[in-house]
Design a protein around this ligand. Structure first.
Ligand code: ATP
Ligand code: TZE
Length: 296
């Protein structure tokens, strides 16, 4: 077990939980309230600002930006592009949730525009990081394969090895960090793969837990206040975000009667979860160049 690593992770999680990082969201109107309360419970400060007239001003004061296309509208798609460009030029990390991307040409074109803006900025400094957080159906589309999602949901069955290959292909094709959620979560930049198997199936019975995973990643990748730096990579920070969410879910389910109380408990656990030894025990695997080694 790598104790130093765990100490660094723990210190960073504590930093995030006290940091009140400002996470600007342009997101869907189904889960917006859940995301705002979740970000607050996890130690951040949420801000939902959508209108094109003010999104650039909002990005200018933000520590991270979430773009979620769940209930995409023509006006918000325009806002997203404006906010994205402003974020990229002002060093604000962006996390995109391509909800139901294969559903319509409109969603596909919007995501394509953001990705092509991102790739055009390659080599331009400063250019911050773009992470994409979504389920296997959405990643399948981004990997250049056919869309098999149903509505905005993505119930896809993949063999273990297939999942990793899918996430790696999506990362290589988009040039982004990929966080692929599901029973097993896969976090990869196309080279390194971090696999996490925590959480509970109850997470699928509350709408927006995937959207919230995206918000958590943004909170953990957010710019840190002066004097609160970290050596952790964006990849590791994304994995920590998922770890905290899924570990909180494991606690939340203990006393839940069903999805309603589970959702409430989840907020309480995100707020209270102790970063003791048990958090770091279990199924976190780190793979590099085909070799599997556990980082704890
Ligand atoms: N069967 C499962 N067992 C454990 N954890 C799960 C399971 N399914 C999903 N999760 C967890 O639930 C969270 C949401 O992932 P999921 O893939 O369900 O998102 P999604 O389909 O995009 O959701 P939504 O569209 O409702 O926001 C992730 O943190 C993931 O780890
Ligand atoms: C149900 C639903 N429809 C559009 S967005 C959303 C929330 C889960 O992504």
């Amino acid at each position: 077990m790598n104790k130093n690593r765990v100490q660094e992770w723990k210190a960073f999680v504590e930093q995030v939980r006290k940091g009140r990082s400002l996470v600007h969201h342009i997101t869907n109107n189904v889960t917006m309230n859940f995301l705002a309360n979740g970000v607050l419970a996890a130690g951040g400060s949420p801000m939902m600002v959508h209108d094109a007239i003010e999104v650039e001003d909002a990005v200018a004061v933000s520590d991270a930006l979430v773009l979620n296309i769940g209930t995409l509208e023509v006006a918000t798609a325009k806002s997203m592009v404006l906010a994205f460009k402003k974020a990229m030029h002002s060093g604000v990390p962006v996390v995109l949730d391509p909800v139901g991307v294969g559903l319509s040409k409109f969603r596909q074109e919007t995501v394509k525009e953001l990705l092509s803006e991102y790739s055009e900025l390659k080599g331009v400094s400063p250019r911050t990081i773009l992470t994409i957080c979504g389920n296997a159906a959405e990643m399948k589309f981004l990997a250049g394969l056919s869309w098999e999602g149903r509505g905005v949901d993505g119930d896809l069955d993949f063999a273990e090895g297939g999942l990793i290959e899918l996430a790696v292909t999506a990362a290589k094709r988009t040039g982004c960090i990929i966080v692929m959620t599901g029973e097993t979560d896969v976090v990869t930049d196309g080279e390194t793969v971090i696999e996490l198997s925590h959480g509970h199936p109850m997470l699928s019975l509350v709408t927006g837990t995937g959207c919230f995973a995206t918000s958590m990643v943004a909170l953990y990748q957010a710019n840190q206040k002066a004097g609160s730096t970290t050596n952790l990579s964006f990849l590791e920070r994304a994995a920590l975000a998922i770890l905290m969410l899924t570990k909180a879910a494991e606690e939340a389910v203990q006393t839940a009667k069903g999805p309603g109380s589970f959702q409430q408990n989840l907020l309480d656990e995100l707020y209270a979860l102790e970063t003791t030894e048990s958090i770091w025990q279990g199924n976190i695997h780190w793979k590099e160049q085909q070799s599997l080694k556990e980082i704890r």
